[in-house]
Design a protein around this ligand. Structure first.
Ligand SMILES: Nc1nc2c(ncn2[C@@H]2O[C@H](COP(=O)(O)OP(=O)(O)OP(=O)(O)O)[C@@H](O)[C@H]2O)c(=O)[nH]1
Ligand SMILES: [Mg+2]
Length: 262
């Protein structure tokens, strides 16, 4: 009886075992809430909180949650190294344990766990699913004009510079199936901030894996502080420009294997 009940709630039908990686830095006001929402919205998935030794004690809260729920795990990292490094560590953790898909999700509630089943459904027919703020049917709640413009402008630039049909290349609510992670050279990834999301979009696109975008409802964080900084924006601009130049040079010599959009 117990085995049958467990089977019903393992992974996501048609996708397999799923790990939601939630990177945290000073998210003590958010971590418990986001974990509870993921558990309620998608009871079959596991969660890995990847904490960079947050001074506000986020890691200890995550440990307490993991202590009472076998679906919850914590990866303690020695110090703040940026979102990209935390995700790469989380991806490695997942691959070593044989997960079939990895989800990226912010801790601050901007990415609604209630949208997760729709993203996972889309992953049945795609290797990468991007939860998009800028596709038909998406909603962005309570964002100041400054942030809206930054995101729209950044995405327009990324789309043109990298010539990829992605409406939200900077967004961080995604599903990567194991096949996509295998197809991408993760060891080459150096980006830290938003550039990390753009870099993975670019690598997936150029690897020719199946990508799809699903509209999400994105909400401004309610608790805790943003880690966004001018440095993170500058890194993204600089890297996108360099990748654009490089890709054009390479593509002039041989056509890229562009993604198949299902
Ligand atoms: N482990 C780890 N997590 C980080 C780091 N920087 C940011 N994060 C987490 O990455 C997620 C996104 O960061 P945010 O500060 O929300 O960035 P943002 O969404 O661009 O900014 P806001 O719109 O203000 O929320 C959150 O869960 C952060 O806690 C880091 O250096 N290490
Ligand atoms: Mg945020």
């Amino acid at each position: 009886m117990v085995v049958a009940a467990d089977r019903r709630t393992v992974g996501h039908p048609g996708v397999g075992r799923v790990l939601v990686v939630i990177p945290t830095y000073n998210e003590a006001d958010n971590v418990e809430r986001i974990v509870a929402r993921v558990r309620a919205a998608a009871p079959g998935v596991d969660i890995l909180v990847a904490d960079d030794n947050s001074p506000d004690g986020t890691g200890a809260i995550a440990d307490r949650l993991a202590g009472v729920d076998p679906h919850v795990h914590v990866l303690h990292r020695p110090g703040k190294e940026g979102l990209g490094a935390a995700y790469l560590a989380g991806f490695g953790w997942a691959r070593r344990r044989g997960y079939d898909a990895v989800v990226e999700m912010d801790a601050d509630g901007s990415h609604a766990p209630e949208d997760l089943p729709a993203l996972l459904d889309a992953a049945r027919d795609a290797d990468v699913v991007i939860g998009s703020r800028w596709t038909r049917g998406a909603r962005v709640l309570n964002w100041p004009l400054r942030r809206l413009l930054l995101s729209r402008g950044g995405n327009l630039y990324a789309r043109l510079a990298l010539r990829m049909p992605v409406s939200d290349a900077t967004g961080g609510y995604r599903v990567y199936r194991a096949a996509a992670l295998d197809a991408i050279d993760l060891a080459s990834v150096r980006s830290q901030g938003y550039a990390f999301q753009v870099e993975l979009s670019r690598l997936a696109h150029r690897a020719g894996v199946r990508m799809v975008e699903v509209p999400i409802t994105f909400a401004e964080r309610e608790h805790g502080d943003s880690k966004m900084s001018p440095l993170i924006v500058a890194e993204a601009l600089w890297r996108i420009t360099r990748w654009g130049w490089r890709d054009r040079r390479v593509d002039a010599r041989r056509p890229a294997a562009l993604s198949r959009w299902p």
